[in-house]
Design a protein around this ligand. Structure first.
Ligand SMILES: *Cc1c(COP(=O)(O)O)cnc(C)c1O
Length: 391
């Protein structure tokens, strides 16, 4: 059997094309009205906290995601933080999150003084496993007055935050059912899954409220940015208010009725966002074509599989991913080293949250699947513009 590191590097090369330039994991594409809209901000002077691109972006995003309201903020982490605040999660609550996620999910929980409580993932979706979570909650919690309490710590389990890993939808129907059975608020971390659907419905629109990100490496970018998605009028209003310094509207007086945050998205970033959103359907199309090409070239490679969208889902394939077979995990470092040396950027999955020093004492269920999968996942170049450069 040829060396796995060589095989992966060569097969990736077939898809990304033969170029001298380093091939990044995910680079943005600015082939639409970005220049026009950003120039408009510069020409008019509306670059900051006022201007009409924010309203336009929020409206277009709501229509794309099929939700009533969106609130644009300065990044995805701020969006998650705001979701938690307006959902009433506070000091000494516990919030269930997958241990295999980007650190922002866990960090946001601590910003409201709550404690992350780690759930395990499943191989099929790379998201929280609803079956093991149900059994676990059944064992360690009790419901009092419609709220869920951890009988081991005495703390309220206030929220459950599923995350749609690399763009692949988690089993959101079953997770919603758990949240309803146990009286836990469901908040979606859809930071990676803009343009991904579960049973025809956009991710981030299932829970009471959800968060998306427009960081530079996400499927569309506003430079830095994020948004909350919700169908709840009151939550949307509360989120807009506290992300704009809790200022009561008045033509000249500075009157603030709570401690707020300066989390609003600047008009300059929203201008970029409006242009990017116009191209999102074509980005999704291209990224799905890249994924399909990878699936074909890796089809008969021994020792790994290409991660495909789960059942009932249409994924944006934000980051294309290989899963090394069990027993091949010791090859991961060599694969990472060789591919990056050869100009093809690859990255491992995140270190599971419960293995980070800040979160090592947080409550958790059995996390064997996450620990095992984290050592076998490999992200490979996934930009929407790969297709254009190779075909
Ligand atoms: C990108 C990301 C975030 C945070 O978004 P930022 O805009 O970088 O703050 C949160 N959660 C997950 C899972 C992410 O991938």
């Amino acid at each position: 059997m040829p060396d796995l590191a060589d095989t992966i590097t060569n097969k990736c090369r077939e898809v990304v094309g033969y170029t001298d330039k380093f091939v990044p994991l995910h680079s943005p594409t600015f082939t639409g009205a970005e220049w026009t809209y950003v120039k408009e901000c510069l020409d008019t002077g509306w670059v900051s906290s006022a201007g009409n691109f924010v309203d336009r972006f929020e409206k277009n995003l709501a229509s794309f995601c099929g939700v009533k309201h969106t609130v644009a903020v300065c990044n995805g982490t701020a969006a998650l933080h705001t979701c938690l605040i307006v959902s009433g999660v506070s000091r000494n609550d516990e919030v269930i999150i997958p241990t295999l996620t980007f650190v922002a999910t866990a960090n946001a929980v601590t910003y409201v003084g709550a404690v992350p409580h780690f759930a395990d993932i499943e191989p099929e979706t790379l998201g929280i496993n609803p079956l093991t979570l149900y059994d676990y909650l059944d064992n360690i919690s009790e419901i009092r007055n419609g709220q869920c309490f951890n009988i081991q710590t005495g703390r309220r389990i206030a929220a459950l935050i599923p995350m749609h890993t690399f763009g692949h939808p988690a089993k959101i129907d079953e997770l919603i059912e758990i949240s309803q059975n146990f009286g836990i608020t469901l908040i979606e971390d859809a930071a990676e899954s803009l343009g991904s659907y579960y049973k025809g419905k956009h991710t981030g629109s299932f829970g009471r409220i959800g968060a998306v990100s427009f960081n530079g490496n996400k499927i569309i970018t506003t430079g830095g940015g994020g948004a909350l998605l919700t169908n709840d009028n009151n939550l949307a209003k509360a989120a807009k208010h506290i992300t704009t310094t809790a200022k009561r509207p008045h033509p000249w007086h500075y009157d603030h009725d709570a401690i707020g945050y300066n989390y609003r998205m600047p008009n300059l970033n929203a201008a970029l966002g409006v242009a990017q959103l116009e191209q999102l359907p074509s980005f999704i199309k291209h990224k799905r074509a890249v994924a399909k090409h990878y699936a074909t070239v890796f089809q008969n490679v021994e020792g790994l599989s290409f991660v495909t969208e789960p059942k009932h889902s249409k994924s944006n394939y934000w980051l294309c991913t290989l899963l090394l077979d069990a027993g091949q995990e010791d090859k991961l470092e060599t694969i990472l080293k060789l591919s990056n040396e050869k100009g093809i950027m690859t990255r491992p999955a995140w270190t599971p949250m419960h293995q980070l020093p800040a979160f090592k004492n947080c409550p958790r269920m059995n996390l064997t699947v996450s620990e095992n999968m984290a050592k076998r996942l490999l992200n490979i170049p996934s930009s929407a513009n790969i297709v254009k450069s190779t075909y």
